[in-house]
Design a protein around this ligand. Structure first.
Ligand SMILES: Cc1cc2nc3c(=O)[nH]c(=O)nc-3n(C[C@H](O)[C@H](O)[C@H](O)COP(=O)(O)OP(=O)(O)OC[C@H]3O[C@@H](n4cnc5c(N)ncnc54)[C@H](O)[C@@H]3O)c2cc1C
Length: 183
């Protein structure tokens, strides 16, 4: 984990496309590997320090901007795996949360596939797209980002991890969902 505290450097994490001013944080933690995240979140949780996840900060609503606490940036978690064909019409790809949507789209195109969601902003991260359920010009025909998510590896704020596959978890009568922790 890289910890950045220099105000002149971390200033870049305090702006997105919303125009909202006043974002601030004590420090920015840039995850270098996925393994950095559980222990960091657990530590922050125990210290009651709020954590704001920054994707590529292209958002228009300031939801990626911190107002106190820490910023966790996923910008370095940008690996894109190989495309695995399921049948003639469908394929899957595993990517890290900080991968740029445009890079995923280009990888699909170069292998003769199409990544149907086409949010306009090329520099957004797939984690941000999933979080906001981004859609674009193709949305009316093909739907939005979440329609194309088969599974997520999720790190909760206490540092626990779950692998959440579509259709495997449902809310109970009280609206609660219990996730199985990865060991
Ligand atoms: C020119 C322009 C065009 C745009 N066009 C579109 C469009 O066509 N359709 C559209 O829907 N939006 C559009 N947007 C808005 C923006 O690009 C999207 O909301 C995008 O999904 C944000 O992704 P990001 O990586 O920049 O996320 P950020 O702005 O960094 O974060 C957005 C939210 O996602 C959360 N988040 C990010 N990554 C993760 C993660 N890994 N885990 C959990 N939470 C996370 C953040 O905490 C925050 O709440 C556009 C923006 C611009 C500037």
């Amino acid at each position: 984990m890289i910890i950045k505290k220099d105000k002149s450097i971390i200033q870049n994490y305090f702006e997105d496309n919303s125009g909202v001013r006043g974002s601030n944080a004590d420090f920015v933690a840039v995850a270098e590997t996925e393994d950095d995240i559980p222990s960091f979140l657990s530590e922050m949780s125990k210290a009651n320090t709020p954590v704001t996840i920054a994707g590529a900060l292209t958002g228009n609503t300031a939801s990626g901007l911190a107002f106190g606490g820490a910023v966790l940036s996923l910008e370095k978690l940008n690996q894109i795996g190989e495309i695995e064909k399921i049948n003639d019409n469908n394929a899957v790809i595993t990517v890290q949360a900080g991968a740029k949507t445009n890079d995923i789209k280009l990888k699909a195109c170069s292998a003769g596939w199409m990544y149907p969601p086409d949010p306009t902003e090329k520099n957004a991260s797939i984690g941000g797209n999933i979080s906001t359920n981004a859609s674009g010009g193709r949305g009316f025909k093909f739907g939005a980002t979440r329609d194309y998510v088969k599974a997520l590896k999720v790190v909760f704020s206490d540092g626990s991890i779950s692998f959440v596959e579509r259709g495997k978890y449902f809310a109970d009568g009280n609206g609660a969902i219990t996730f199985k922790a990865l060991t």
